[in-house]
Design a protein around this ligand. Structure first.
Ligand SMILES: Nc1ncnc2c1ncn2[C@@H]1O[C@H](COP(=O)(O)OP(=O)(O)OP(=O)(O)O)[C@@H](O)[C@H]1O
Length: 262
């Protein structure tokens, strides 16, 4: 079953003469439980696609279907809750002067949810944080803990989809692996569907089943994880990206790279 369907999706910013079409006619489907990656050079439109799916970027044309429901330009609260964004920089996305408990409470209040303390305790446990962290402030947490809070906040409304925008790139390498493993566990436990934006092909190969390679607002290729691991991607631009990704491609083209995480 497809959890996300986007057909002929185009997204722009601005109006009239200054309007800029950033995403130009992309179509893709993401199955329930699948992780679909978006990679490509800076400014090619990856975050813009996430924004359109999340309901933040409203200037889009084409069709979007989420969980079997066709999405219009205006969404209901329930439709907005179905997919949640997680950003690269948890410092920027979590209010610095709110306790973690307040940060987690806010979406529950906005969406009029009951059993608020119970839900807060569940998500803290789900992301591997002690319950007393609800009394702490972001500056009292490590980068990895803050990213766990950002994931907890995304999960608190029980979404079906997480839209992950470079979720580990601001973290130390050792912490990146922890967060990636947490995301993997959560996907399985909560039966989530992910779209992951990353410039790091090793991260993409770790988490994604398929990945769209973007250039100038369009897809040049959709490759499977297997193709990435075996270095049998087709498009020349994908090859350039793979060559540029840190230590990703082995010295010999088409030879399997053993070092990547399974
Ligand atoms: N709010 C906005 N108003 C106008 N232009 C925007 C806005 N947000 C993004 N853009 C432009 O749209 C283009 C695509 O931006 P987007 O953030 O989607 O790229 P990206 O592929 O996610 O890049 P990065 O990897 O650097 O995050 C860029 O040229 C950017 O300058």
């Amino acid at each position: 079953m497809s959890m996300i369907k986007a057909h002929h999706l185009a997204v722009s910013y601005g109006h009239g003469e200054t309007a800029l079409k950033v995403v130009k006619d992309v179509s893709f489907e993401v199955e329930k439980g699948e992780t679909f990656g978006l990679v490509g050079e800076s400014g090619c439109g990856k975050s813009t696609i996430l924004g359109a799916l999340a309901g933040r970027n409203k200037q889009w044309t084409g069709t979007i279907e989420i969980d079997g429901e066709t999405i219009g330009q205006k969404r209901t609260r329930a439709q907005l809750a179905k997919q949640q964004l997680v950003f690269q920089d948890p410092f920027g996305s979590i209010h610095p002067r709110h306790t973690i408990g307040r940060t987690l409470l806010e979406p529950l209040e906005i969406h009029g949810k009951d059993r608020r303390q119970e839900r807060i305790e569940k998500v803290l446990t789900d992301v591997g944080l002690p319950l007393n962290f609800r009394y702490r402030y972001p500056h009292q947490l490590s980068g990895g803990q803050r990213q766990r809070v950002a994931i907890a906040r995304a999960l608190i409304l029980e979404p079906k989809i997480l839209l992950l925008d470079e979720p580990t790139s601001a973290l130390d390498v050792s912490i990146q692996a922890e967060i990636l493993n947490l995301l993997k566990d959560l996907r399985q436990r909560e039966q989530l569907t992910y779209i992951l934006v990353s410039h790091d092909l090793a991260v993409v190969a770790h988490l994604c089943d398929r990945v769209a390679i973007m250039q100038s607002g369009g897809f040049v290729e959709v490759a499977t994880r297997q193709q990435l691991l075996e270095n049998t991607v087709e498009h020349p631009y994908t090859r350039i990206l793979m060559d540029g990704s840190r230590g990703y491609v082995s010295e010999k083209r088409n030879s399997r790279r053993e070092a990547l995480p399974a």
